[in-house]
Design a protein around this ligand. Sequence first.
Ligand code: SAM
Length: 249
Amino acid sequence: NRALGQNFLASDAAARTIAEAACENRCPVIEIGPGMGALTAELVKCAQRVAAIEIDRRMAEIIADRLPEVQLINEDGLIAALGGRANIAANLPYYITTPLCMRFLSLGADGSIPAMTLMMQREAAERFTARPGDRVYGPLTVLAGYYYEVTKLMELSRDMYYPQPDVDSVVLKLTAKGAEKLFELEWLLNRAFAMRRKTLSNNLRAAGISDERLKSLLGACGIEGNIRAEKLTVAQFANIAREIGAHGK
Ligand code: SAM
């Protein structure tokens, strides 16, 4: 089902490498979208416990049949509860890569997702590794960069999938840094990048922050109001979020 992003991994060697990376810290692993089990079959060899969340009932039945030791949840990964502390592994369905990643980053902010090993389109991966000023630098980049160490594990060409997608893929490994949870960071990022062409001040004003508070907030962080969000570093965003957390909006 192409609408569900069903391009299955057809390389045992790649599946093994990805599974080993996903199991490095010995935590249980939750796989999102196991499909027919290419990655799942390798995960069960190296993780102490594997759960899988699959939206497509036919795929869920295949997994239940083939890998009965996997705890299968036939639900949408965008809303399914993840349970306790666990790593995430996924060959992400391309049509919801961004919302899924935003959800995991948000849930992982409290340390409950120590590592994520994620296969995604090269273009999506560029958003994780973007630098301030890059076209694709945005909320995902900053959230990932604040909470996780992002490394590129490998590149996968399109002929390693069946059916072949129109794009090449990248596997990223995200390892939690143990950073302090900043409750206001996600709110701040969504507001600061709401209108990319507007300045940071204008976006925050539109979010309801008064002129007076903007002055004290940005002043306390040593940031000019007329800068655009795309130019701020991860550390600068973290400072603003910390300041909002300490003294309010
Ligand atoms: N992991 C398998 C592999 O590597 O061969 C399949 C990967 S395929 C790219 C994406 C899988 O995610 C499919 O099995 C698809 O049915 C499933 N999927 C799509 N949308 C989903 C969602 N919202 N929640 C959970 N699974 C989803």
